[in-house]
Design a protein around this ligand. Structure first.
Ligand code: 13P
Ligand code: SF4
Length: 304
């Protein structure tokens, strides 16, 4: 960690000078998560925190849709992302035309859209959801049929929790979580029967079925923190275990895990550069932002 110290020191000094706060997702590297973040959390927590920021500048240590969400929720702030190319396979899988296609196929059904999408897609949706409130949001819809976009696996996992709804979905997936297989987990459990297996709901449903618990990234942290299993297998992005391992020395975090290539594009060097140059400001067309804000705000209101 010492090799990062000069960067961490420089960033924290520049942060004060710029009157900036750093919002960091749970998948950031430990040097970002512990060294420079003012707030860490899952997608829902970061969105809620973005509404509360009073500083002039938000540096979003996460992927592009997260920075867009912050800009939508707090448009007078300068929202910087250290790498504009930090995308997401889910956000890339659907456009506003895709939402229109689903509406034409299932007339009258509300569109519940995962926050892992562009502002245009949110703007075309009725309400957003994250992995921590998806079942709650779907259950709150009046219609018997609910369209969920773009994550087919999240939709299929929610369908098990909300059996009285007919859920139809878009064909998107997370390239990190779709790689885990149920057979991997069965083999793992056979060789390590005491390990607690915890899976993110972006994993396929047969993978989630093999797990002892499934939840958002912060849900996973809370579960491990309260249960304190001897060994934990986090079926998600690799930085999760690294970020919480020091605070829970009694838990042995075991692999395998997968890296998100987009999240890993955010580095200390790039954070320093974006704060220094003030380049990397995320802009959202105000008309699109107004409509997207309605969908995100509805989600926040239902989750309260
Ligand atoms: P959450 O932090 O909301 O669980 O989302 C995980 C994720 O993959 C974000 O890209
Ligand atoms: Fe997107 Fe998956 Fe990476 Fe999250 S982990 S940013 S869902 S590709």
């Amino acid at each position: 960690f010492a090799i990062y110290a000069p960067y961490i020191k420089a960033i924290n000094a520049l942060k004060k000078e710029r009157n900036a706060v750093i919002l960091a997702h749970n998948y950031m590297t430990p040097q970002i998560y512990h060294g420079i973040a003012d707030v860490v959390g899952d997608s829902l927590q970061l969105a809620i925190e973005a509404t509360r920021v009073e500083a002039d500048v938000i540096v979003q240590c996460g992927v592009h849709f997260m920075a867009e969400t912050s800009k939508i929720l707090n448009p007078s702030k300068t929202v910087l992302i250290p790498d504009m190319d930090a995308g997401c396979s889910l956000a890339e899988s659907i456009t506003a035309e895709g939402i229109a296609e689903m509406r034409a196929k299932y007339p009258g059904a509300p569109v519940v859209t995962y926050v892992n999408t562009t502002a245009e897609v949110k703007a075309a949706s009725d309400i957003c959801c994250t992995s921590s409130n998806a079942a709650q949001i779907v259950a709150a819809q009046e219609s018997d049929t609910v369209i969920m976009t773009p994550d087919k696996y999240l939709a299929q996992n929610v369908a098990k929790d909300v059996p009285h709804k007919r859920i139809v979905w878009w064909d998107g997936a997370c390239i990190v979580h779709e790689q885990f297989t149920a057979q991997d987990l069965r083999d793992f459990r056979a060789s390590e029967p005491t390990t607690r297996i915890i899976a993110h709901p972006e994993c396929p449903p047969d993978v989630v079925a093999e797990a002892d618990f499934s939840g958002s990234t912060s849900g996973i942290i809370d579960y491990v923190n309260s249960e304190r299993p001897e060994k934990a297998l986090l079926v998600t992005e690799c930085s999760m275990g690294s970020n919480i391992a020091n605070a829970m020395p009694d838990v042995d975090f075991v692999g395998p895990c997968n890296m998100c290539p987009f999240m890993k594009m955010i580095t200390l060097e790039k954070v320093l550069w974006t704060l220094h140059s003030m380049q990397g400001a995320v802009e959202v067309d105000p008309e699109v932002a107004d409509r997207a804000r309605v969908a995100v705000q509805r989600m926040i209101d239902v989750s309260r």
